[in-house]
Write a protein that binds this ligand. Sequence first.
Ligand code: NAD
Length: 277
Amino acid sequence: MSKVPSITLNNGVAMPRLGFGVWQVDDEQATTAVGQALDAGYRSIDTAAIYGNEAGTGKALAASGIDRDELFVTTKLWNADQGHDATLRAFDTSLAKLGLEYVDLYLIHWPLPSRDTYLDTYKALEKIHADGRAKAIGVSNFLPEHLERLLGETSVVPAVNQIELHPQFQQGAARAFHARHNIVTEAWSPLGQGKGLLADPTIAQLAAKHGRTPAQVVLRWHLQLGNVVIPKSVTPSRIAENIDVFDFELDDTDLTALAGLETGSRLGPDPAAFDVV
Ligand code: NAD
């Protein structure tokens, strides 16, 4: 079982560089899948209030018997709960569902710029952080312009921005912005949701060259770029495959080939416009 190395966040907290995502996994299935991921060696789990599986995730965490301080649990505040007081209430609900006394990372799920509530929301996250109930706080789907505002008007620099990122949508400008401000880039849909990306001939070629699978090549690419990744699978063999990426290295030619896969197209919504609550 390969051990996952950590990255140190801007507040000194260690975060595993690879975790397990549970979007579109129902509550009951989450207990099984998270249990399998923990057995396979994952220690970081990425859930969200809107996924509806915090309780199922929490059950698996409790059943695992793994010490709390070896786990890294992320959850996210849903859009409907933005605003200072609503955020504090939503956080209590998430914590109760997870059955935890604290989370390791709490994120604002989307910026919702049209509503203009993310500053107040973030200030509630700062309180949660100050109270020790989230070891680190951050955001998701924030564009550099939203981060600029947070940096100007709040005190705690977000530890993480979790954004859509995969070889077909590489987010060069966002990654450079994060690096300048000591914010870790966490890639969601790191495998491009499986779909076309894993069938790409360039990736197939690199997989053959290294004796690895396409998913492993893509995850290795992320890690070499410095991204934190949270691939999802509910298939035990894939769960194991996706964490087995710490004993090979892509070379410069491989990285150049992968850089050529950028399409500029997102799979998910544009954060500037997304305002579903
Ligand atoms: P992903 O890129 O991790 O792809 C998952 C899909 O790829 C699986 O459903 C499966 O079909 C396929 N797959 C996984 N492993 C494979 C393997 N080894 N070989 C072949 N196919 C494989 O997509 P995702 O679930 O969208 O993203 C991962 C996680 O990111 C989510 O579970 C969630 O935790 C997070 N996420 C966050 C946001 C956000 O707005 N913050 C949005 C989407 C996802």
